[in-house]
Design a protein around this ligand. Structure first.
Ligand SMILES: Nc1ncnc2c1ncn2[C@@H]1O[C@H](COP(=O)(O)OP(=O)(O)OP(=O)(O)O)[C@@H](O)[C@H]1O
Length: 302
């Protein structure tokens, strides 16, 4: 144990999981203090406000940043610590906890997640890859840890975000149904490590982690530390075949089907008309976007 207690900044999203996990933040603060850590809890009325206060606190060089929430909070954390020496701890408390799942972190058990964080502070972090995104629609480069969606699920997200009513999870269901009804393949102009590739696709993701949407194994062979991005492409299919594909994607048994294709690369540019890319479930910006895999950019307390 060090002489002075380690200082940990804890960024809390009280609205994760539509507010259902509001109790987790205070529980995490108490649990980490119980492990002998000095804890600086931070929350704000909204995401941008939280980014500002966390960024200011990280300037004081704490021993770790811990995020409490879903993949959106992981994204906040990655954007603040990637490329720095500050490790990231994660207490999953969102609707989608895909990156935590990829790291094998315990879900639904904040005390166990805090115990892992405390142990990794003593034993040393795990170093994984992260992806850096650039594009004309982005004011500055942005990082993601999990998956960049540039197809069907990105369109569902964009449509759901544009709905004023209803609030909550049901707007995603409405958006999903609307996008399914209008399902059509788009033409994508990709560049993978300098090689131009044109494909028609209805679902396309660029993955560092394996899953999206709370466990859909879009890129079942993706590894967080292989220095590569996995590009998942679903070829043009009928609505019925597309729906039938979903259970296979959930179980990760879709690899090998003739309607799916995988490619790998270190740098992947994605261009298509009228599509907004989402990464770690967060809105990034209109395509074209270029994703560069940066090996070992992120230290995680896992
Ligand atoms: N006070 C807040 N602090 C941080 N983020 C907030 C806050 N209120 C709302 N949000 C929103 O929460 C989203 C991130 O949620 P998070 O990933 O932690 O949980 P989630 O339930 O999995 O959310 P989602 O399914 O929308 O990604 C961000 O898009 C952000 O805009």
């Amino acid at each position: 144990m060090p002489d002075t207690p380690r200082r940990v900044v804890v960024a809390i999203n009280p609205n994760a999981s539509f507010g259902a996990t509001r109790h987790v933040g205070p529980q995490v603060v108490a649990a980490l203090r119980g492990h002998g850590l000095e804890v600086v809890p931070l929350s704000a009325p909204d995401f941008d406000g939280l980014v500002r206060v966390v960024r200011a606190e990280l300037a004081t060089a704490p021993d770790a940043l811990v995020v409490v929430g879903g993949d959106g909070m992981v994204n906040l954390g990655v954007n603040l610590v990637a490329g720095t020496r500050i490790p990231l701890g994660i207490v999953p408390a969102g609707t989608g906890n895909d990156f935590a799942g990829g790291l094998g972190l315990p879900e639904g058990d904040p005390d166990a997640a805090c115990a892992r964080i405390a142990a990794a502070l003593d034993g040393g972090p795990r170093v994984v890859d992260a992806a850096r995104v650039t594009g004309l629609s982005l004011a500055e480069p942005r990082w993601f840890a999990g998956v960049l969606s540039a197809g069907f699920d990105a369109r569902v997200n964009e449509r759901a975000n544009g709905l004023r009513f209803p609030r909550g999870a049901s707007r995603y269901v409405i958006a999903l149904v609307a996008e399914l009804v209008g399902l059509k393949a788009r033409r994508y102009r990709l560049e993978i490590d300098g090689e131009p590739v044109e494909v028609d696709s209805c679902l396309l993701s660029v993955a560092n982690n394996t899953t999206i949407g709370g466990g859909m194994r879009v890129a079942p062979d993706a590894l967080l530390d292989d220095g590569l991005l996995d590009v998942f492409i679903v070829k043009p299919v009928s609505r019925l075949r597309f729906i039938r594909l979903f259970p296979k994607v959930f179980s990760g048994t879709h690899a090998g089907l003739p309607i799916v294709e995988f490619r790998r690369g270190r740098t992947v540019s994605v261009a298509a008309d009228g599509i907004v890319g989402y990464a770690d479930g967060e809105r990034f910006g209109e395509l074209p976007l270029t994703v560069e895999l940066v090996p070992g950019a992120l230290a995680v307390l896992a």
